[in-house]
Design a protein around this ligand. Structure first.
Ligand SMILES: Cc1cc2nc3c(=O)[nH]c(=O)nc-3n(C[C@H](O)[C@H](O)[C@H](O)COP(=O)(O)O)c2cc1C
Length: 202
């Protein structure tokens, strides 16, 4: 991966995989990663499972049909999926199914916590970010609750894909959100919910 150019991901393979009930049985949190890079096809499938388009995008809001592999409260579609690698920080663009570079630096350390240094072995760290400015007419309660709920569906998709593909992952809430937000140069309306390292098991 280079750090300044968008990454056009290969077409995701959206059929097959482990049967659902087998994937549910195999789903687990793993806290030991191999530094081996995840191949482009695997990354493509993973991101599609997390938050790819399963139907055409026909707008947001409760009157429009949904379009992602994960559901979204009120169809606000406030979630973005960032991918941190040793080379750069990228934003996943579901419609073009590519990774757009955001920062040409390794910000993975900001998702770690002193007690969980294993995170830094993972070649990919998914970072779930809500943009509260997209939640039209949402109450304060909506803004407090739904980004976390919407993240959880995406995270479970990642867990199930990893179970199917023999990848290791663990969803993580334990990190300094303010420091990570600053490192990612997020806008004030953006909220980091969870992070989720992905890689091969150690
Ligand atoms: C909201 C949430 C936050 C979590 N945060 C962390 C975390 O910061 N670090 C970690 O190692 N595991 C974290 N976990 C993973 C849980 O510890 C794990 O799911 C639990 O031990 C059950 O294991 P299992 O996922 O293998 O079933 C989190 C899980 C959830 C649902």
């Amino acid at each position: 991966m280079t750090s300044k150019t968008p990454i056009d991901l290969p077409q995701p393979v959206t059929t097959g995989g482990l049967p659902l009930m087998d994937a549910l049985r195999a789903r687990t949190s793993t806290r030991g990663f191999n530094t081996r890079e995840v191949p482009a096809q695997e990354l493509s499938n993973l991101l599609w499972a997390a938050f790819g388009l399963s139907r055409p995008h026909r707008g947001t809001g409760i009157d429009a049909p949904g379009c992602h592999t994960a559901p979204a409260a009120h169809n606000w579609q406030e979630m973005d999926l960032y991918v941190a690698t040793p080379a750069a920080l990228y934003l996943f663009e579901p419609e073009s199914h590519r990774l757009d570079p955001v920062l040409a630096s390794d910000i993975r350390a900001y998702t770690a916590h002193a007690v969980q240094p294993f995170v830094l072995d993972a070649p990919l760290i998914l970072i779930y970010v809500a943009d509260l400015a997209r939640m039209d007419d949402a109450s304060e309660w909506d803004k407090e609750v739904f980004p976390w709920a919407d993240t959880s569906f995406m995270s479970e998709n990642v867990y199930l894909y990893c179970a199917s593909a023999g990848l290791a992952t663990v969803v993580r809430a334990l990190f300094d959100r303010a420091a990570l937000s600053e490192a990612m140069q997020l806008r004030p309306s953006q909220l980091v919910t969870f992070s989720q390292p992905v890689g091969y098991p150690r």
